[in-house]
Design a protein around this ligand. Structure first.
Ligand SMILES: [Zn+2]
Length: 113
């Protein structure tokens, strides 16, 4: 019996696995997004849309926790990791009851120093 699988079949199998994986991630993100945009007044999911975003605060600091863990493990000294933390406030408006609310989002960006 010949057990050699054509390379195209292997590619197709991986392609399907990849497509299913991406699809699942997309569905999870979609559910998460709808949950995140749930109206606090009428409790409908995915009701809020961002009307505008304000930058509240931005700061840059050195990751101290990482530096102390490096000191404990006595590893080779590496350059300290600089982190820029920006806090945004998103203004939402419900498309059903027009209730408005805000949510703060913290974004962290690692900068090579
Ligand atoms: Zn609402």
């Amino acid at each position: 019996m010949d057990l050699i699988v054509p390379p195209l079949l292997i590619l197709a199998t991986f392609g399907i696995i990849f497509a299913v994986g991406v699809g699942l991630i997309y569905i999870v993100l979609l559910i998460y997004d709808r949950e995140a945009r749930k109206c606090p007044k009428c409790h409908r999911r995915g009701a809020g849309s961002v009307t505008h975003t304000d930058e509240i605060h931005s700061r840059t600091f050195i990751d101290q926790a990482m530096m102390s863990s490096m000191a404990r493990t006595d590893k080779k000294w590496v350059k300290p990791l600089r982190i820029t933390e920006t806090i945004y406030e998103d203004q939402f408006e419900c498309k059903y009851c027009h209730h408005t609310w805000s949510k703060t989002v913290t974004e962290r960006q690692h900068n090579p120093s």
